[in-house]
Design a protein around this ligand. Sequence first.
Ligand code: CP
Length: 323
Amino acid sequence: MNNPASAFHFTEFPGFEIAQKLIESGIFYKNSPRYDLHKGRGKRLGCIFLNPSLRTRISTQIAAENLGMESIVLNMDKEAWALEMEDGTLMNGNTVEHIKDAGGVLGSYFDFLAIRSFPTLSDKEADMNDKVLNKFIAATGKPIISLESALRHPLQSLADQITIQQHLPQGRKPKVVLTWAPHIKSLPHAVANSFAEWTLGMKHDLTITHPEGYELDEKFTEGASIEYDQSKALEDADFVYVKNWSSFRNYGKTPPVRDNWMLKESSLSQAKNAKVMHCLPVRRNLVLSDEILDGPRSLVQEQAANRVFSAQAVLSHMLDLTT
Ligand code: CP
């Protein structure tokens, strides 16, 4: 919402005060989901997916419904025409419709648009400029919510902060740890970037731990402690956020890692009260062990449930700004 292109886009951390209001609003809606059942009546939200989703798709639709808004999902990658993103090209290849044309049409159909566009993980410059998201912003002319872009996943991060807020230790600041985890594929940085951005933005202490070569873009981690020894990083943690990401420096690559970074119960011997978080989907016993996911430390189901109220808080705020 502090995007310089428009006051109405939710694509990144919106600043401490607005974020605090959104967290409070999310908790309010969690207790009274249908309190504002008529607030969005007559408004229509388009949810445009260029990549798969379970939580983001359904939670955003439920959030819209809780506010009386109509929502329509378009799986653009499967059901719509192949999009051309480059300007000035001769479109004699596989792309059928230019983003300028499709975006203009979508902008005329909807009051708000929500877009999911993952990174290429091969074109670093395009990803760092959030090229696809920004093409949609430019073409649609409507307030945009990011449903996860190349760089960030703000609705997930807001849900994560709502979750942390409801489990804060009494009388002291929490120690939050973001730990890299193994995976078999090259994964984006968006969830980790965004979690760091929001956690630091909310003035929590953040330690990030990962193997050498997996440093995140410093733009998102300035103010965090970086610790290459996972067991040291986990000492006295209150919240441990588990996520895989690929290398940023050696963009999209997965340099070999010797040690086993999968979080197990034994990894938390020096963090007796630590709660464990993950955005889901998660590959069990590769990224996170069954014992953690099925045990009392896990907040993953609560995080997923909070996705409804994070989206509801953002939609409600955007309705306030546009009416
Ligand atoms: N956490 C998350 O964004 O889940 P989906 O990819 O299923 O939407």
